[in-house]
Design a protein around this ligand. Structure first.
Ligand code: ZN
Length: 235
């Protein structure tokens, strides 16, 4: 059987998009190495690895050891397997923290609990260091967001990455800011631009709210709680 990687790409697949292939047919080629737990959801994830003939390492996992999908694929380096897997886990868990936070150690035949904890600690330390650098590299855009009570926070993704609650969603989803060129974007609202564009968008949103405000006053003689909150925050 041809044990080459389905895709030559290296990276992390968080959404089970199957970019690295559907492992069901050849799952017997994978070797178990770890169980991690999501405490909030009381869910256990079983982790496996496989080395392909074309020298890729793949990590697959399955909730309750079922329906496994490949979540990471990288070319094997000259270092030993454990170091390779450790590097891949760091990348995976760094990306995954946005979705499920950090997973907890249950058991492993490759890593001790102490080694696993130090992996998580090293991720947290790196994120804090990047957040610190982001605060040092603050720009006029971030100053503006602080002055206007958007409460911007560095994400730790890189030293230029910040986030705020999107003004078009009462903070229910997030908008990203990069201080590299002082640009922002909301994937959800499909809007992006520079500081001027952001200010214009705020005015546009304010006008929309104002129209709604006037409409509510005229029709109901009574304002909704949401509208009252907006009105009082406006001044
Ligand atoms: Zn948005």
């Amino acid at each position: 059987m041809n044990k080459n990687a389905h895709h030559k790409k290296e990276g992390i697949d968080l959404g089970s998009n199957m970019i690295f292939g559907e492992p069901t047919d050849y799952f017997s080629e994978f070797t178990y190495f770890m169980i991690l737990e999501d405490i909030d959801w009381d869910a256990q994830f079983y982790f496996y690895y496989r080395i392909t003939d074309d020298h890729y390492i793949q990590i697959a996992y399955g909730l309750d050891d079922k329906r496994h999908s490949i979540c990471a694929q990288y070319q094997k380096t000259n270092q030993d397997l454990k170091i390779n897997l450790k590097e891949m886990l760091i990348k995976y868990m760094k990306d995954n923290r946005f979705y499920g936070g950090y997973l907890y150690f249950v058991e492993s035949n490759l890593f001790t609990e102490c080694e696993f904890t130090s992996i998580i600690e090293s991720i947290k330390n790196e994120l804090e260091a990047l957040k610190g650098q982001a605060r040092i590299l603050k720009t006029p855009f971030i100053d503006f967001l602080e002055k206007t009570n958007f409460n911007p926070k560095p994400t730790g993704n890189n030293k230029h990455s910040w986030t705020i609650g999107c003004p078009n969603a009462d903070g229910k989803h997030f908008l990203m800011i990069s201080t590299l060129n002082d640009e922002w974007g909301c994937g959800y609202c499909k809007r992006k631009g520079d500081l001027e564009d952001f200010k214009n968008w705020l005015q546009e949103l304010d006008r929309k709210k104002l129209t709604q405000f006037v409409k509510e006053i005229n029709t109901d003689n009574d304002l909704s709680d949401k509208m009252k909150k907006w009105w009082f925050n406006r001044y």
